[in-house]
Design a protein around this ligand. Sequence first.
Ligand SMILES: NC(=O)c1ccc[n+]([C@@H]2O[C@H](COP(=O)([O-])OP(=O)(O)OC[C@H]3O[C@@H](n4cnc5c(N)ncnc54)[C@H](O)[C@@H]3O)[C@@H](O)[C@H]2O)c1
Ligand SMILES: N[C@H](CO)Cc1c[nH]c[nH+]1
Ligand SMILES: [Zn+2]
Length: 450
Amino acid sequence: MNNNNSKPSFSKAPPSGGGGGLYRYSALSLEDISRLVQRNVDPANEIRTLVENVIEQVKQNGDSALFDYASQFDKVELSKLYLDKAELEEIASAVTADQKAALKVAYDNIYKFHQSQVKAEDKVETMPGVTCWRELRPIEKVGLYIPGGTAVLPSTFLMLGIPAQIAGCKEIIVCSPPQKGGKVNAFIAEVALMLGIDKVYLVGGSQAIAAMAYGTETITKVDKIFGPGNQFVTKAKTIIQSTTTTAIDMPAGPSEVLVIADGTAKPAFVAADLLAQAEHGIDSQSILVCTDENIAQQTLAEVEKQLQVLPRAEIARQALDNSYIVITDTLAEAMDFSNQYAPEHLILATESWQQITGSIINAGSVFLGNLTPESAGDYASGTNHTLPTSSYARAYSGVSVDSFVKKITFQHLTKEGIKNIGPSVEILADLEGLHAHRNAVSVRISPPTP
Ligand SMILES: NC(=O)c1ccc[n+]([C@@H]2O[C@H](COP(=O)([O-])OP(=O)(O)OC[C@H]3O[C@@H](n4cnc5c(N)ncnc54)[C@H](O)[C@@H]3O)[C@@H](O)[C@H]2O)c1
Ligand SMILES: N[C@H](CO)Cc1c[nH]c[nH+]1
Ligand SMILES: [Zn+2]
């Protein structure tokens, strides 16, 4: 699928019987599809081994390991591990009025959308005298990871900080890789101040996840870690969730997009959307599933054209080497493939989007029609951009206010309630052979005579 004479785009190695990164859905076997939808696997456990070692070093040596890894992985010699409020204010002073205004638009829309997720639930009387309900409580200590390797992402800080703020989390620890000179970028500093967060830890990668999961001399152990990152960060999150008492939001690894397009799609728009996710990193993936081969070819030509002027073209090209196109006969087939892929972002580049949204089963976030760029959701429309990748959209949702709270159930029984429910509980306890359970009811229905 090469449209200029440099490197091929959309050239993920074909499954058996496929060819050149463009596949016909009807010719794909089930095995082909399951190979095509696999991504970010670590077959030789190389990433796991490296990350396990980093976690162990942080667990054993605390802050001193964090200083060492800043030097080794980030090439920054740190004199301290965090920036305080005064330092953040000084760094943020470089942000211009226009930039502040754009951050404020994003902040307000994200706030509005997330605030609407907070709703008190009704109390339910399941039987006369038996009342059940749920109440929300914020998770007290949360850790936010803000990526900063190939690109620094202040937008991610808004996406995590705003729901944490709305939920009312008491302690918010923020880690982001140190930039040159032991600083953070000005927009990270500005967002910290917008959120009322007065400390940012200069720690990146799997070492940041380990620090927040185990705690160090400087960094507090948190109850739950949030945030996307590269394969090292994501692997560390999945490891610590099974080895510590710290939970995670979800595996949110390298960005990916799947665009479903038909004859009504605009090749220049589709190409731009594919490149937007490809430029995130070499392990990103951009998939086009198209019912119209002409549109697919025009999109390829557009990709090449747009790559010519893209500053991050080299990164995008490598991501596209790991991407592919599937040609289907119908939109229904396209959706079928998409549901098996379970993309982080799904774009419906068709005027007929209303007819197919009902058949979406697996996706992190969906962008409808030809005028809805995925970048709107990345930055400012209001939805959260921290989303499950690598097919975890089959089971996980993106970050929301819910991610930052626990929903605790309550119940209250009156005299009438225990009388109504008691006999059933006694029988159920009997059939499980749990007599103390039965007795906890019996003593209340007919207390033993003194
Ligand atoms: N799924 C989502 O919701 C979502 C949202 C935003 C970004 N992303 C993804 O987040 C990722 C961000 O990645 P990034 O690399 O730019 O930043 P990052 O902050 O995730 O990772 C940078 C850190 O990785 C560590 N690192 C780098 N090379 C290493 C090595 N060889 N061994 C051990 N550690 C190493 C370093 O400590 C560095 O600080 C991108 O893949 C992007 O697509 C995903
Ligand atoms: N597309 C990313 C989520 O995969 C989020 C992001 C941040 N900045 C730009 N994009
Ligand atoms: Zn993006």
